[in-house]
Design a protein around this ligand. Structure first.
Ligand code: NAP
Length: 295
């Protein structure tokens, strides 16, 4: 059984990116520039954005963090956010930018996503990028699915001809991952099934998976009897669960009962240190691509 090390793989990819960026700079070109907008003070979002800023430094990118306060007493005017998006769309010094989700409830997330110039949408959430991805055209792929595809590839696990079962149909994980893996061509050619909360007898389907992807946000949901012997397991779940032994007071839990499932598998991603670091890597790769497009 192989524990798929997303952290180590991500470090290698970031080193590859840094080498290309150093070359760009040596040729007199500007280093890639990623901007991030953070609204409010959600604990998870603060951590994700801090990790993205750190990854930019590791890759030799310039990064900018734009913060807006928003509280229930003083909610951010959505127009202020939209104006900032328009400014970043027009800024020739910014190659790509993200608006960290989730946003406070009073802001229309879909409207925000659609306000981003698709050419700078390095999260790959804009419908133009989603549509291009669906028909197999070059685009900014959604970061988490792209990270999963690359992680499997780097471990020599080909989805071609395999039965892939994805549990979860969100717009940021399940759907775009299914779209990527069902394409014709390299790193794809899988037979994909997507399950969700209305899927009856889920275990009978997950047991057919050669590659099982759990993206539900329900800690320890996938048990050993839901998994075929020798399957590859990709655990996307990252739920904060209380843990008094940790300084932070919580730990991250995946959607797979790791201790019970791991002995049955050919390979499995841990949480943390599996898919998470690869998601940030995809964002860096998309930003590098945006900079290449600009050059
Ligand atoms: P989401 O939008 O909440 O969607 C969850 C999906 O799981 C939905 O499609 C839901 O079905 C399905 N589901 C929930 N309970 C189920 C059940 N009992 N049986 C079958 N399906 C069930 O979640 P998400 O944004 O995709 O995130 C999923 C998890 O991945 C979360 O823990 C999140 O934190 C994590 N995540 C991690 C990364 C990373 O970089 N590591 C990135 C993104 C997300 P319905 O559609 O029918 O409601």
């Amino acid at each position: 059984m192989t524990i798929i090390d997303g952290k180590e793989t991500a470090a290698k990819i970031k080193a590859e990116i840094a080498t290309e960026v150093a070359q760009m700079v040596a040729e007199g070109k500007r280093a890639p520039h990623l901007a991030a907008i953070l609204v409010g003070h959600d604990g998870g979002s603060e951590t994700y954005v801090a990790n993205k800023v750190k990854a930019c430094a590791e890759c030799g990118f310039r990064s900018s963090l734009i913060r807006f306060e928003s509280t229930p007493e003083a909610p951010l005017d959505p127009k202020v956010l939209m104006d900032e998006i328009a400014r970043l769309n027009a800024d020739p010094e910014v190659d790509g930018f993200i608006v960290q989700l989730p946003l406070p409830k009073h802001i229309d997330e879909q409207a925000v996503i659609e306000a981003i110039d698709p050419a700078k949408d390095v999260d790959g959430f804009h419908p133009v990028n989603v549509g291009k991805q669906a028909v197999g055209l070059p685009c900014f792929h959604s970061a988490t699915p792209a990270g999963i595809v690359e992680l499997l590839h780097r471990y020599g696990i080909s989805p071609a001809g395999k039965r892939v079962v994805i549990v979860g149909r969100s717009n940021i994980v399940g759907k775009p991952l299914a779209a990527m893996l069902m394409q014709k061509g390299p790193k794809a050619d899988a037979t994909v099934t997507v399950c969700h909360s209305a899927t009856p007898d889920l275990a009978s389907i997950t047991r057919e998976a050669d590659i099982l992807v759990a993206a539900l946000g329900r800690p320890g949901f996938v048990k050993a009897d839901m998994v075929k012997d020798g399957a590859v397991i990709v655990d996307v779940g990252t739920t904060r669960v209380p843990d008094a032994t940790r300084k932070s007071g919580f730990r991250l839990s995946g959607d797979v009962d790791f201790e019970a499932v791991a002995p049955k598998c050919e390979a499995i991603t841990p949480v943390p240190g599996g898919v998470g670091p690869m998601t940030i890597c995809s964002l860096m790769l998309n930003t590098l691509q945006a900079a290449r497009n600009r050059n």
